[in-house]
Design a protein around this ligand. Structure first.
Ligand code: AMP
Ligand code: GLY
Length: 442
């Protein structure tokens, strides 16, 4: 069994680890932008290249002839790497370029929900014209409480939220025009209020298998302050849910994903295979869809994959064959998980780079895991490369224990690093619960 894995971040280290644990003992080949020191010992070969370039990827794939490919990040999906691999007979646990519009185009997804009567969107409008009049009307009718979304992938910087990023119409309008200039369109939405959660599902076009519900923490600094990041850390409790989320709300999110998967097939004439990562918000009016991603979350993958008991290679194969229903449901260890990313000082605006950090390559604690992201191993030393560096996972019978295990593992690292100590702590979790109580009572 040969598997081609694309990408080399923390998420891909976790994916590689889950594939390597399989009873099928696959030979894994990694096509990557750089060598990940956690992936290196798990794979047969690493080929460095441009993961978004279909010619480079297929050239390598033709040589190794993998049984299938797993694509970690979103960018190669949007450049059609899946489609080109399929053309040379290599199936992918990943959607086609058309399917990946679910993430790469906010207007595609909002219009899809509207066309197929899936009631999960906030009030929204798509604009293509440079004239600002209609956008001003939208802004005014929502008293400025809107969100502006660029209609393409710009590395987590494509969304501006009223209150966080702008207050005046002109600020929102300037970003809207940039998006129209670059992508031909912009989406304006009503700003929702509530608590966000991620529900990542593995799908084959027919069956939707959920992984645990997770909450990410996007702001760089404690108490949810500072600039937005790719995600500083994530939590999920021992019930594979979140303390503020009801089972019914989790089911509502699941049902939205089932409907969207079916709508995608009707719209595109092909089944969507791979990951449907729903970013949802529990609001006063129930569960709403914030956005979909067409791949695993990073760091969410670090919560999910270490506790996945079902053989991940089997899951990928069954998804590719359209036989996910044979799996029934994914099995997970009954454990809470707390993940925190160690980041270089100054991240995300002005991160230190090329500085050494010290710490273990693997955890000795069975209730902790270490995943490498933006770090390289040079002359036996770990060197910071400027983005989120090391993802540390704590497992436990509850969030408190998981957080303790995460913290004690973090103490083994030193260097110019910082992380959000508040993630997974009782005060922050209580704050989320209190916020939901307040929203539900309004
Ligand atoms: P990104 O992951 O960069 O696309 O950022 C999306 C973030 O913007 C989400 O995690 C939310 O926090 C926020 N967001 C997006 N859409 C809305 C909305 N309609 N209402 C409130 N917040 C939103
Ligand atoms: N953790 C957010 C993301 O992967 O998009």
């Amino acid at each position: 069994m040969k598997i081609l894995l694309l990408g080399n971040g923390g998420r891909e280290h976790a994916l590689c680890d889950a594939l390597a644990r399989s009873a099928q003992k696959p030979d894994i080949f990694n096509f990557a932008t750089a060598i990940n020191p956690g992936i290196a010992p798990l794979v047969r070969e690493i080929k460095i290249g441009d993961i978004c370039n279909p010619v480079q990827v297929t050239t390598f794939a033709k040589i190794i002839q993998p049984d299938f490919a797993v694509i970690g990040p979103e960018n190669p999906l949007a450049t059609g790497v899946t489609d080109e691999l399929k053309k040379i007979g290599i199936p992918c646990f990943a959607p086609s370029k058309a399917g990946a519009q679910l993430e790469s185009s906010k207007s595609f997804t909002r219009n899809l929900l509207k066309k197929y009567y899936i009631d999960a969107s906030p009030d929204f409008e798509v604009f293509e014209t440079k004239e600002s009049e209609e956008r001003k009307k939208f802004f005014d009718s929502h008293k400025g409480q809107i969100v502006v979304k660029a209609d393409g992938l710009i590395g987590g910087k494509g969304v501006l939220v009223a209150g966080d990023h702008f207050s005046e119409f002109e600020q929102a309008e300037s970003f809207a025009r940039q998006s129209i200039g670059k992508f031909g369109r912009v989406v304006l939405e009503e700003k929702l209020v509530g608590e966000e959660f991620s529900l990542i599902s593995l799908v084959d076009g027919e069956t939707v298998l959920d992984t645990p519900a997770i909450q990410d923490h996007k702001r760089a600094f404690e108490n949810d302050t500072g600039p937005n990041t790719g995600g500083m850390g994530c939590v999920s409790d021992e019930h594979h849910s979140l303390p503020f989320l009801s089972e019914k709300e989790k089911q509502q999110a699941h049902q939205i994903t089932v409907q969207v998967m079916k709508a995608l097939e009707q719209e595109l004439g092909e089944k969507y295979v791979g990951v449907m990562y729903g970013g949802f918000m529990v609001t006063r009016k129930g569960v709403k869809l914030i956005e979909y991603n067409a791949r695993f979350g990073d760091p969410e993958a670090l919560n999910i994959l270490p506790i996945l008991k079902t053989d991940f290679v089997d899951v990928c194969q069954k998804a590719i064959q359209g036989k996910l229903s044979e799996i029934g449901a994914l099995e997970f260890e009954p454990q809470a998980t707390v993940v925190k990313y160690l980041c270089p000082e100054g991240y995300p605006t002005n991160p230190v780079k090329e500085k050494p950090v010290t710490g273990p390559l693997r955890s000795e604690n069975p209730n902790a895991r270490i995943f490498f992201a933006s770090v390289a191993e040079e002359s036996g030393q770990l060197i910071l490369k400027g983005s989120r560096a090391i993802g540390v996972v704590g497992l436990g019978t509850n969030l408190e224990e998981a957080n303790r295990n995460c913290e004690s593992e973090i103490q083994k690292f030193s260097g110019p690093l910082f992380y959000r100590k508040d993630i997974g702590t009782a005060p922050l979790i209580q704050q989320r619960i209190a916020h939901m109580v307040q929203i539900r009572s309004n």
